[in-house]
Write a protein that binds this ligand. Sequence first.
Ligand code: FE
Ligand code: FE
Ligand code: ZN
Length: 302
Amino acid sequence: MILGCHVSFSENGLYGSAKSAHEYLANAFMFYTGAPQNTIRKSLKEEDILNAHEFMKTHQISLEHVICHAPYIINLANKTNLDKWNFSITFLRQEILRCLKMGVKKMVLHPGSALALSRFEALDNIVEALNQVMDGLDFTLLLETMAGKGSECGCTLEEVKYILDSVLEKNKFQVCIDTCHLNDAGYDLNDFDSFLDLFDQLIGISKIGCVHLNDSKNVLASHKDRHENLGFGTISFETLLKICYHEKLKEVPKILETPFVGYSINDKKRIYPPYRFEIEMIRKRQFDPDLYIKIREYYKNA
Ligand code: FE
Ligand code: FE
Ligand code: ZN
């Protein structure tokens, strides 16, 4: 199974990310090339890239299974402020070029927020922007299914389909299904086979290029988007496990974006990554109600 998680990129760039992924027992990972909420980017070091590739080769992490996540500040859906919209296009293109320098060929993107625009105007803006962004690039963008918080586009399969059907270079686009977002958008994952059938009818299963594997803090159709640790939310461990091991998604990387776990130790608040233990639960196919205790024990002396 191709199973990984979100990792930080700050220390030693891609090399640091690859080492974190391995520490979490992952054979795939996702990263932001810098802080997702700003545009400050460190220049890439050739040495870090070579070290990362070498490390990945010896630790069973294929570059095919490394995925970047586009920063949140990009919004392709609204061009009321033309400068802002053009900036989103330019910056997204820059981020893609950074990925290509590292040998990374895939990036997950939130389609965008309509804000005061109609859905149709917003979707057409996204399509127009994506055509500009991808022009001449050998790269795959994965549109993420969204929870429908605020005016988010891409919270129905029909909206995602509209974008995929309208872009010029269709072969450069895939979909990332986020389980928390699907639940919050109103898709009942307890009947996952029906969901896959629907997806297949509308878009085609072969277009699923990534799964974001998260539980949700909120109920079906809440339009909230708050991720929860696997088995501690409303989706349930059994359902998430079924998605993970689904025969039709065998080749698709599953990436965890579950929340860090917080503790107060000696009055100091610390937070720890849950991934190593959640990945273990999936591989063992066994929910561990003591997950939080285990995480604390493991990182206590770190
Ligand atoms: Fe996302
Ligand atoms: Fe996600
Ligand atoms: Zn989310």
